[in-house]
Design a protein around this ligand. Sequence first.
Ligand SMILES: Cc1ncc(COP(=O)(O)O)c(C=O)c1O
Length: 302
Amino acid sequence: MANLCNVDGRIAAESEARIPVLDRGFLFGDSIYEVVRTYGDVPFGWPEHWQRLQRSAAALRLPLDLDEPAVAARVAATLAAAGHGDSYVRLIVTRGTGSAPNIDLAYASGPPRWLILVRELKVHSGAPVQLAIVDRLRVDRRALDPATKSGNYLNNVLALAEAKDRGATDCLMCNTDGFVTEASTSNVFARLDGVWCTPPLTAGILAGVTRSLLLAFLPDCGERVEERDLRPGELRHADEIFLSSTLRDIAPVTHLDGRALHGGGIGTRAPMLLARFRDRVAQRLRDHDQPAWRRLLSHGST
Ligand SMILES: Cc1ncc(COP(=O)(O)O)c(C=O)c1O
């Protein structure tokens, strides 16, 4: 059972895998990525992650040279070689090796470099979080749109470090207008006056796959949900707050800026929603994701 890395179709141990020093992903963060989790050998939410990868590529003017069946086949081969069962899959596409360490796209001779990291899944699902609203702002949409899942994550790296300095486990970043955006690698939902509120895409956030599933799922659970701008001060009056992401699913927030919510414990709604969300995921896997993944793989081999 090893951590594996597939580089342009060749599978190696993660510790042995190499990329050239002139790879633009390494030099400039000139890359895009997705993190997908699997149940057994089946990725969950593959269509949504694949579509977001296409959108990120278009936003970075990065033409992709592999189609979906070809990439799915590489993912499946790497998963099979790793043999972990439930897995963490990180799919990275860089703009490839440049002809010089120069940011100008004229030096980007390509082709794109495709990497797939496969690791055993360390379960974060539902793990409680302590949040700090950090001073560092989320990068502005007009500078580098957070909706693009690029390899340029220094904004998030430094915001998370600031939160940890304050004794929290994750950060919440605001935008240049002072509205709440998202955590380092998760979206945020806060229950205010009986409504689950989450920042809109216009606040400058990643369009999380989990966030989008929850916008449809919460009303099915009898919960009201709204996308709207949130001030940090409003969060301090929230009944409950949770983060959402592929790895976390629904993660209850126990502290905000050092202040305990629910006496430092977990609110009542998030665990109930998490249990129902896991059921919904299992149902979708059985009815949709598993057969669709098998079809995609058989399509690739014909
Ligand atoms: C900045 C950011 N926001 C939100 C998310 C959650 O997105 P998803 O639900 O698609 O995992 C991520 C995931 O990595 C992220 O990096």
